[in-house]
Design a binder for this molecule. Structure first.
Ligand code: BJW
Ligand code: ZN
Length: 246
């Protein structure tokens, strides 16, 4: 792969690097993406499933969908892209990984500094008393009830119309504003406010590159789009950096 000269020059000099990841980074592990052909939203509309009203309308249906996804996520392994990002943590003085993914694969690959914008599928909480549920049986098809108050238990993920965790969002915006280089990897950049982060970084003077199979909704606003599989591009990038970054 030929990385552009300007990208390499900026990366070699970079101290503050931020990476935003999306579902595409986990695709090579076998986790379905949302908006690609064959992705989650081809079979289900987001408004049917990923919002609070849908959960209240049919809690068992939405719960089951998350249980199904938990089974997929439990059985997959981090891929070369996750491992490359974990290695980058020690290459740059200040490296921050921000993810929209809820699948835990960055942690499982060894990344330590991960900011989760859309929650984590492994956690669950009660919609009435907000208490976190203990470990759950992921084969249980009926929605669980809170042991303390009997309220419905939901996954600790961010649905449409819900606020992102405030601290995580503020920290991500800070990282974006202070980046020398910002990478947006495997995300369609269609969901806000996450999709604002590359734009914030660009406006603040960062070199912003996107790694994706295809150009995205925001490509025209960035410095460059590197077309390819994130596992392959990131591995090559980290190998190059290990040899060339001082
Ligand atoms: C590869 C690859 C490989 C494949 N290698 N690449 C401003 C403007 C307009 C709308 C809004 C706005 N602000 C807020 C909104 C509303 C809404 C929104 O953004 N709507 C848009 C759809 C228009 N946002 C919200 O509601 C957010 N909340 C919020 O803003 O609160 C404040 C507020 C409240 C009320 C009113 C106004 C403001 C919350 C968003 C929550 C998103 N939740 C989900 C579900 C999480 C739980 C779950 O998983 O079930 O998060 S939706 C889903 O999309 C999931 C993802 O994290 C997110 C992003 O998807 P992602 O990761 O980009 O995946 P894909 O599939 O879209 O793309 C994959 C990409 O990978 C593709 O480009 C492929 O090409 C690529 N790829 N294989 C490299 N191997
Ligand atoms: Zn409760």
């Amino acid at each position: 792969m030929n990385f552009s000269e300007s990208f390499i020059r900026r990366l070699k000099a970079a101290e503050n690097v931020t990476v935003l990841t999306g579902a595409g980074v986990s695709a090579e592990s076998g986790v379905p993406t949302f908006r690609d052909p064959g992705g989650i939203w081809e079979k289900f509309k987001p408004e049917q499933l990923a919002n609070f009203e849908a959960f209240m309308r049919d809690p068992d249906f939405v719960w089951n969908w998350y249980q199904h996804r938990r089974e997929i996520m439990r059985d997959v392994k981090p891929n070369a892209g996750h491992f490359a990002l974990a290695e980058m943590e020690s290459i740059f003085r200040n490296f921050n990984l921000i993810t929209q993914n809820i699948d835990n694969l960055h942690f499982r690959a060894g990344s330590k500094k991960v900011t989760e914008l859309h929650g984590n599928i492994e956690r669950n909480f009660c919609i009435s008393c907000r208490k976190f549920a203990e470990e759950i049986d992921i084969t249980e098809k009926k929605v669980l009830k809170c042991e303390s108050c009997g309220g419905l238990i939901r996954p600790d993920v961010v649905w449409f119309g819900e606020m992102l965790p405030m601290q995580a969002l503020q920290f991500s915006e800070q990282c974006a504003s202070n980046s020398d280089v910002f990478l947006s990897v495997g995300t369609s950049a269609e969901v806000y406010p996450a999709a604002m982060l590359p734009i914030i970084a660009k406006k603040a003077g960062a070199y912003v590159a996107e790694i994706n199979l295809n150009p995205t909704a925001i490509s025209w606003e960035l410095n460059e789009t590197i077309c390819g599989k994130s596992g392959e591009v990131l591995s090559e990038l980290v190998n190059y950096l290990k040899e060339n970054k001082n």
